[in-house]
Design a binder for this molecule. Sequence first.
Ligand code: XMP
Length: 525
Amino acid sequence: TVLVVDFGAQYAQLIARRVRECHVYSEIVPSTMPAEEMLARRPKAIILSGGPASVYAEGAPIAPEGLFDLGVPTFGICYGHQVMAQALGGTVENSDVAEYGGTTVTVSSPGMLFAGLPHEQAVWMSHRDYVSRAPAGFTVTASTDVTPVAGMEDLERGFFGVQFHPEVMHTEQGMELLRRFLYEGAGCRPNWTMVNIADESIAAVREQVGHKRAICALSGGVDSAVAAALVQRAIGDQLTCVFVDHGLLRKGEPEQVEKDFVAVTGVNLHVVEAQDRFLAALDGVTDPEEKRKIIGREFIRVFEEAAREIVAGTSGATPQDGSPEADEPVEFLVQGTLYPDVVESGGGTGAANIKSHHNVGGLPDDLQFKLIEPLRSLFKDEVRALGEQLGLPSEIVWRQPFPGPGLGIRIIGAVTRDRLDILRDADAIAREELTNAGLDRDIWQFPVVLLADVRSVGVQGDGRTYGHPIVLRPVTSEDAMTADWARLPYEVLQRISTRITNEVREINRVTVDITSKPPGTIEWE
Ligand code: XMP
């Protein structure tokens, strides 16, 4: 394990992903974690992330006491570089000149990190404070016009620091520097591969579940599908997948689950028709968080009922008579929770709770299942790779993410059957045109949002209309933590707009959302 110490901001996640791209397992830990606790995780290396603070700011996060005495190779990046310099007796100074964006570092003394690399390298910087004097024992390896110590290392103790961000794409040699630190500086081995991840996860689930039975929330999305496929590999018929048709799904989704997942994996499937129940529970509710909580709560309740039915043998999915697990209660619930969900819901790093994602924050207190979350430490791209490793079809593995609360949080206003039908039709057109344009893999996600409480005047045929606007929200992203609005070709937007206003009753206006994340989130609610 490589521990990425989070000093705030979102740099830590990107660093953790880059480490994993080097096939080395990494985890994010808060900078408030005591050094002994870090040591207890037996890290091969520690990386100190960037952060928004100045080391001189009041309450600025500092390195845990004793961190530099653990004997673990450590790499400080940006703020982490300054923290390292300061803790070991170097000097950090405030500067009037900030250095943001692309710049060039000059390698003065290559050391281990820069050996054999170009003398001048393009790097990405984002800082105001700077290290003016490296601590005793360190060699200064690189500098820029305004930053005398842009790189430093103490090979003897295994300490390395750079002022720039090796984890961002714009730093030319970033990945190479990271690899050198991990492999040469810390002796890590590249054994975090999909084959190993799959094998280890399957073994862990088998161990956790034993002879008990599990049910799985199948949503049709990548995450739940990969989680289910993995658990099925581990425990076979002890798993029953429950597919809740809550009426908040997109067009064709129930059929797709059947065709692309159940048919391929042969998993036990139990379908629950729960449209009326969800609509009743959502009746008149307009607050986004309340919608999420209601949907999450009903979801779990439906599962519990399904589980009881399955156990009571009133469902077709009960294991055959005489099989050892036939009368075991259903004790486990499989969820496709991902690492960013865990981090963003404030689980782990003390990050702010931005939205209660319904598969983490919105669970009811009286939950009756133990959770199996085999993807809890994985990023989205790793889940896709794992899905391919498990043999799932590309229609599932490369599906764009879809939120658990479904179309319920894409209707701004109260959710009704009519509004769902309208949104479903518009959404199907947008998806179809995106696919026709061959852009599915270029776009991270393409929410279509119905502004149900807004009306605007239009003219169609010879008559005045007074209908609803639809918002197209195509975004590009690497991990949903940040996103940019996608520059879809005008022709594609044009086709979507024309078709939606022609084919979907009630819609007389199509708009495009051109907000990045931050400040906007991807979904509107
Ligand atoms: P936001 O809107 O926060 O979304 O930028 C980030 C990503 O998470 C998805 N999302 C959800 N997924 N349950 C989920 O399973 C939820 O409650 C939920 N809310 C948002 C969203 O579609 C995007 O991919």
